[in-house]
Design a protein around this ligand. Structure first.
Ligand SMILES: NC(=O)c1ccc[n+]([C@@H]2O[C@H](COP(=O)([O-])OP(=O)(O)OC[C@H]3O[C@@H](n4cnc5c(N)ncnc54)[C@H](O)[C@@H]3O)[C@@H](O)[C@H]2O)c1
Length: 247
């Protein structure tokens, strides 16, 4: 029960890595706001987890809309009495040749995968400061560290997340707020649904461990960073990548 009595918000909490982290944090004793645009899946997950004890609540939020983000943070306060942990995990992928990418497509990925994390951090920090501290974990990617063809907007956004994490860590350490990032390799989630079989095989071959990661493997790393076990860790980018960036 490493997160006993802690209150967490997990954006993109209805699916994949976010869902696995909701489950892991609840198991560790946290109360969790599941924040997403996928209302049906998010509500179902909250209902399932609340069957034994009321540990979660669902919140509709588009992380690109500041008013909705503000309400999400208020909901954590109203429902569970504060906010200790933010896992900013909502994100989308891209797959397009850069010379064919429209400005609208570029902007959408940057808005969700980078600006959305800034907005969530901005509003979470004001609550955490009043409470004397907290832990923010941003979901970056191996593609915040290395490049890849046909993912210009995603790779640019994730590189931004890596350095946003460092900037916020430097700025708010004095307030007791730690800010870190998890940087997953390829993880077996719906985000990969559109990839062709051959592409998946190729991607697997790039991980020395010889397989894709599982969402719960990222969840475990995230819960660690959220917990007091990581009390001297801030500004870090924790690679959870099966060795992808080691070779
Ligand atoms: N799956 C991978 O291989 C992989 C690798 C590295 C990093 N990541 C990152 O992990 C995070 C989670 O991805 P996943 O693989 O679990 O994908 P996923 O598609 O299973 O989950 C993403 C969730 O984000 C939500 N979302 C999308 N846009 C949103 C918005 N504007 N506001 C609120 N919620 C929104 C979706 O509804 C969905 O529930 C993303 O940031 C992704 O970039 C994934």
């Amino acid at each position: 029960m490493r997160l006993k009595d802690k209150v967490a918000i997990i954006t993109g909490g209805a699916s994949g890595i976010g869902e696995a982290t909701v489950r892991d944090m609840v198991q560790e004793g946290a109360k969790v706001i599941i924040a997403d645009i996928a209302d049906e899946k998010g509500q179902q997950l909250a209902e399932e987890l609340n069957q034994s004890e009321k540990t979660t609540a669902y919140c509709h939020v588009d992380v690109t809309k500041e008013e909705e983000v503000k309400k999400m943070v208020e909901m954590a306060n109203d429902k569970f009495g504060g906010l200790d942990i933010l896992f900013s995990n909502a994100g989308i992928g891209d797959q397009a040749a850069s010379d064919q990418l429209s400005l609208e497509e570029w902007q959408k990925v940057i808005d969700i995968n980078l600006t959305g994390l800034f907005l969530c951090a901005k509003h979470a920090i004001s609550v955490m400061k009043n409470k004397g501290g907290g832990s923010i974990i941003n979901c970056a990617s191996i593609l915040g560290h290395v490049g890849q063809a046909q993912t210009a907007s995603y790779t640019a956004a994730k590189g931004g997340v890596v350095n946003l994490t460092r900037a916020l860590a430097a700025e708010y350490a004095k307030d007791g707020i730690r800010v870190n990032a998890v940087c997953p390799g390829y993880i077996n989630t719906p985000l990969l649904d559109e990839l062709e079989e051959d592409m998946l095989k190729h991607l697997i071959s790039l991980h020395p461990i010889g397989r894709l990661g599982e969402p719960k493997e990222v969840a475990k790393a995230t819960t660690f960073l959220a917990s007091d076990d990581a009390s001297f860790i801030t500004g870090a980018n924790l690679l959870v990548d099966g060795g992808y960036t080691a070779i």
